[in-house]
Design a protein around this ligand. Structure first.
Ligand SMILES: O=C(O)CCC(=O)C(=O)O
Ligand SMILES: [Fe+2]
Length: 334
């Protein structure tokens, strides 16, 4: 069994089906974002590893305290590699449905269940919950020995090598960000990296958002925070749509070509004892343009025991979270 993709739906309908409608006509228009109280900061990643990193690190602190999300430039991924990654992704989604379904995430049980990896979209679980206007391809990139190449596209041919190269670069970015955050919190520089094991998963999630006839009523991705540690997001050229929530209001995250958007995720918020937060975000749709994005998620293995870093706690700063296994709170991809 094959589930209809949003891409096919977008080509066939003039009005989005009811399950996709989140807002009712009388509600506030989903596209009406609020004016920002302060900008989302652009961090020069290369400066975080130099001798005079302090100013840039302070900027990162401000970014984490306000939005939990920031843009990075000089991140070490060449424009040519970013272009190659985006066009490989575009080529994958442009293929006929049958070709894409070769990477399907549906299990061979009549389409009732799906697995974490592969190509697919939301399934209707609860009639009251609206669906996201996107299709995606979800692939495990870490740990290296758990890459399941049978789920990776074979077209375009370059896809595998480009993703492998891209993911090796995002891992370096992750390490720089983790070290800087540890230093900002006066923890050992490797504190967060030492919490990770060689079983911790990294996933690449390619999101495809077809144009939507009713961007005022339908969301490209429903509000959520990311479950893992850190997300490194690459958004297609200048197609905006990502929004971040603060104090109940939604703000547009600017799209800047060749920059990346990085956000903290829930497990990191816990280890930081809530000093830095994992932001709730969503994606709005666009009536004219298709939009692609690639999120690389770094998460923890389900057996990992999470707790606020002991170095952040004292009488005045008690733990805001208990100690628990990631899988018990659904904070893993296992
Ligand atoms: O497409 C985007 O801009 C955001 C995607 C996202 O939030 C996610 O994949 O978790
Ligand atoms: Fe997300």
């Amino acid at each position: 069994m094959v589930r209809t993709t949003v891409q096919e739906l977008a080509a066939a309908v003039e009005e989005p089906p009811r399950q996709y409608v989140v807002a009712h006509e009388q509600d506030q228009d989903l596209l009406a974002a609020d004016e920002m109280p302060e900008p989302i900061l652009l961090i020069d990643l290369s400066r975080l590893t130099t001798a005079d990193a302090a100013d840039e690190a302070d900027k990162l602190r401000a970014a984490l305290q306000t939005w939990g999300l920031f843009l990075v430039t000089n991140h070490g991924i060449e424009e040519s590699l970013m272009d190659a990654m985006m066009s490989a992704s575009r080529e994958f989604f442009r293929q006929p449905s049958g070709e894409k379904q070769k990477c399907s995430n549906l299990i061979d049980d009549g389409g009732k269940h799906s697995e974490v990896e592969g190509y697919g979209n939301d399934k209707v679980v609860n009639q009251d919950e609206s669906l996201s206007w996107n299709d995606r391809l979800h692939l495990r990139v870490e740990p290296e020995d758990e890459r399941n190449f049978t789920k990776w596209p074979t077209h375009p041919e370059s896809f595998r090598d480009v993703l492998l190269e891209y993911a090796s670069r995002t891992k370096r970015i992750r390490d720089v960000v983790f070290r800087t955050i540890a230093k900002l919190l006066d923890l050992d520089e490797d504190y967060f990296l030492n919490q990770m094991s060689n079983k911790d998963p990294g996933f690449a999630r390619f999101n495809y958002y077809p144009p939507c006839p009713r961007p005022d009523l339908v969301l490209g991705m429903r509000p959520h925070s990311d479950a893992g540690l850190l997300t490194i997001l690459f958004v297609d050229r200048d197609v905006g749509g990502l929004q971040v929530e603060r104090d109940g209001k939604w703000y547009n995250v600017p799209a800047k070509p060749y920059s990346l958007v990085i956000n903290l995720a829930d497990c990191m918020e816990i280890m930081c004892n809530g000093i830095f937060r994992s932001p709730v975000h969503r994606v709005v749709t666009n009536a004219e343009k298709e939009r692609l994005s690639l999120a690389v998620f770094y998460a923890v293995d389900g057996e990992t025991v999470l707790e606020p870093a002991p170095g952040l706690l004292d009488d005045e700063r008690p733990p805001r979270y208990g100690k628990f296994k990631a899988k018990d709170f659904g904070l893993s991809f296992d």
